[in-house]
Design a protein around this ligand. Structure first.
Ligand code: GAP
Length: 512
C-alpha cells in the first residue's frame, strides 16, 4: 500500500492529499472500488500527477503498464474507425485553436455546469449530479416513477435556465450535503468549464485562448480541408484522438472525471434529413465495439439524455456498470449542422458540400461518436479486476488477476526459465529475442516460478511461457493461461502462431 499524506498547502484548492486522490476518490463511499484504485497505483497503471508534491486534483499519470494498455485501447479504436471503414479518415489537430472557434461552438456561452455550495461544509457540488444521485437512490429503493419524474423536472428547469427552481428542487427533495448533512445551500450558479491561457508575450485580453474542451472542433474547422484532400464524398467521417481539458467542479472520481483527459471522437458528415438513420447505425456499431473488448452485454446499456447539450437534437450515452453504478463511457450525438453552420457564420467561410448525386450545395449534418480514453481505461480495469479463490481445498488462497482481452493486455507474454542455471536462461533469452519484434514481452528469471506467475497475473499478462529441463530435450515449453491457470506443452516454433492468434486485433475485429 502507498503512504497517505495529510499535508495541506496554501494553494489547497488544487492540491489534495493522496487519501482524497485515491481512497476517497469515489465520493467517500467504498463500492469495492478502493482495491482497484490501489491496484492501479501499486502495479504501474495510474499514478497521481506530481505525486511528490501531494498530487494535483483530478490529474493523473499513466505508468508503464497503464501507458501500454491505453495505447492498445487507442490503437484499437483508431484501427476500428479508420482501417475498417473506407469512408473514415484520421486527423491530428492542435490543442490551441482560434478563440472564435469556441464562440461558434457555443462553449463560451453555454459550456457551463450548474454548481451549488453548502454553506456549512463549504463543499461545492454540481446541482444536476446531486439530483441525479437522488434519482438513482429512489430507483434503487423501488420508486422508479418518482426517479423519472425528478429527472424530468430537472431537465425542464435546466432547459429553462431556471437555476432558482433547481435549488428549490434540491431542497424540496431534502437532498442534504453528504459532509455537513444540512440543507443550507447557496444559490445555483453557472460555472464555465473551459481553461484559458494567454498566447504570446503580451498579456492582454485579445490574446486569451482556451485549452480545447473537446477534440471535435478541430475536426469541424478542418472539414473542407479533409474532404478535399482525402477526396471523400458524403457520407464520410473524420476520426481523432487527443487531449481535452475541462475545469470540472466535482473531480473526485479517480480517472472517471479528470481535468486533463483524452477523447477518441469521430464526426460523421451526412446529408440533412438522414441523421436518425445514421444515429441508429453508429449507436449499434459503437455498442458492439465495447462488447468486443470483452465487456459483458449486461454491463452495458444505452441511456438517452434527459437534457440535450446545446448542439444536439438527439443524444445517447453508452453506460458501463462501474462498481458505483451505471455511468457514461461514450456519447453518441446528432449534432445537426450546428457547428458547421456557426463556423460558417463567424468565419464567413463557406462550410458547404456540393452533393453530385442530388446536384445541391448544403451544410452537412453530423453524427458524433465521442468516447473518453481514460474512462474506457477505467472500465477495462473495473471489468478485468478479478479476485477469486484458487487452489486445492487445504491450500486455498485468494488470487488476484487482471482479465484483459489479450489484444489489450499491456504485456502479451512473459518468458520465464524455471531456474537460473542449466542453460535454461539462454534458451529463454533466445525465445525473447525471437518474439520481441512481434509482441511486448517480459523476461524474468529471478525468484520462484509461482511468484513470477503471480506478478504477471497482477498486470494481466495472458501467457506465461516456462522454460524447463524438458525444453532442452524436445524444444517444448509450457504456456500457462492467465484466466484458467491451465498449462499446455507446445513446441517453441509454435509460440508465435499461438500468441498471434489470441492477441491480434483481427481477433477482436471479427466480432465487429
Ligand atoms: N464532443 C462531445 C463531447 O465532448 P461529452 O459527453 O462531453 O461529449 C464525451 O464527452 C466523452 O468524453 C464522455 O463520454 C467521457 O467518456 C469523456 N469525458 C468527458 N469529460 C470527461 C472528464 N472530465 N474526464 C474523463 N473523461 C471525460
Amino acid at each position: 500500500m502507498f503512504e497517505i499524506s495529510v499535508q495541506t498547502y496554501a494553494h489547497k484548492s488544487i492540491v489534495i492529499s493522496l487519501q482524497e486522490l485515491f481512497l476517497e476518490a469515489m465520493n467517500e463511499q467504498d463500492f469495492g472500488i478502493k482495491e482497484i484504485i490501489s491496484h492501479a497505483k501499486e502495479y504501474g497503471f495510474v499514478y497521481p500527477s506530481s505525486e511528490i508534491y501531494d498530487g494535483l486534483q483530478a490529474v493523473y499519470d499513466y505508468g508503464p503498464y497503464g501507458a501500454e494498455l491505453k495505447n492498445n485501447l487507442k490503437n484499437l479504436w483508431w484501427q476500428a474507425m479508420v482501417k475498417l471503414n473506407e469512408n473514415v479518415v484520421g486527423l491530428d489537430a492542435a490543442i490551441f485553436m482560434h478563440p472564435l472557434t469556441w464562440k461558434a461552438s457555443g462553449h463560451v456561452d453555454s459550456f457551463n455546469d450548474p454548481m451549488i455550495d453548502n454553506k456549512d461544509s463549504k463543499k461545492r457540488y454540481r446541482a444536476d449530479v446531486l439530483l441525479e444521485d437522488k434519482a438513482a437512490e429512489l430507483a434503487t429503493n423501488g420508486s422508479q416513477d418518482k426517479a423519472d419524474a425528478l429527472l424530468k423536472e430537472m431537465g425542464k428547469l435546466l432547459d429553462a435556465e431556471n437555476l432558482e427552481g433547481v435549488r428549490q428542487l434540491i431542497i424540496d427533495n431534502e437532498i442534504a450535503c453528504p459532509i455537513s448533512g444540512t440543507l443550507n445551500w447557496t444559490e445555483v450558479r453557472q460555472f464555465n468549464l473551459m481553461f484559458s491561457t494567454q498566447i504570446g508575450s503580451v498579456a492582454d485580453d485579445a490574446n486569451n485562448i482556451y485549452l480545447r474542451p473537446e477534440t471535435a472542433q478541430g475536426i469541424f474547422v478542418n472539414f473542407l480541408n479533409v474532404q478535399k484532400t482525402a477526396r471523400q464524398k458524403i457520407p464520410f467521417g473524420i476520426a481523432q484522438i487527443g487531449k481535452a481539458f475541462r475545469n470540472e467542479i466535482v473531480a473526485r472520481q479517480f480517472i472517471f472525471r479528470m481535468r486533463e483527459f483524452e477523447q477518441m471522437e469521430m464526426q460523421f458528415f451526412i446529408r440533412p434529413g438522414e441523421e436518425m438513420e445514421w444515429y441508429e447505425h453508429w449507436k449499434q456499431i459503437r455498442l458492439k465495439w465495447h462488447r468486443a473488448l470483452g465487456i459483458p452485454n449486461e454491463d452495458l446499456r444505452f441511456h438517452d439524455h434527459d437534457k440535450l447539450a446545446h448542439y444536439a437534437n438527439a443524444a445517447v450515452d453508452i453506460e458501463f456498470k462501474f462498481p458505483f453504478g451505471f455511468k457514461e463511457v461514450e456519447g453518441i450525438h446528432s449534432r445537426t449542422d450546428f457547428d458547421l453552420g456557426n463556423h460558417q457564420e463567424l468565419s464567413r467561410k463557406k462550410m458547404q458540400y456540393f452533393d453530385p448525386t442530388i446536384n445541391k450545395n448544403y451544410v452537412p449534418y453530423v453524427i458524433e461518436t465521442s468516447a473518453g480514453a481514460d474512462r474506457l481505461f477505467f472500465m477495462l480495469l473495473c471489468n478485468g479486476f478479478k479476485q477469486v479463490t484458487a487452489g486445492a481445498e487445504a491450500h486455498q488462497k485468494q488470487r488476484t488477476f487482471l482479465k484483459f482481452h489479450p489484444a489489450l493486455a499491456p504485456v502479451k507474454a512473459a518468458i520465464l526459465p524455471l531456474v537460473k542455471k542449466d542453460g535454461l536462461p539462454e534458451i529463454g533469452r533466445k525465445i525473447f529475442e525471437d518474439l520481441k519484434y512481434d509482441f511486448n514481452l517480459i523476461y524474468e528469471d529471478a525468484q520462484s516460478i509461482g511468484k513470477r506467475y503471480t506478478r504477471q497475473d497482477l498486470i494481466g499478462t495472458p501467457f506465461c511461457i516456462a522454460v524447463d529441463h524438458q525444453t532442452k530435450e524436445d524444444e517444448t515449453v509450457t504456456i500457462r493461461h492467465r484466466d484458467t491457470m491451465e498449462q499446455e506443452r507446445v513446441k517453441i516454433s509454435a509460440l508465435k502462431g499461438i500468441i498471434e492468434k489470441e492477441v491480434s486485433l483481427k481477433n477482436i475485429f471479427r466480432e465487429l
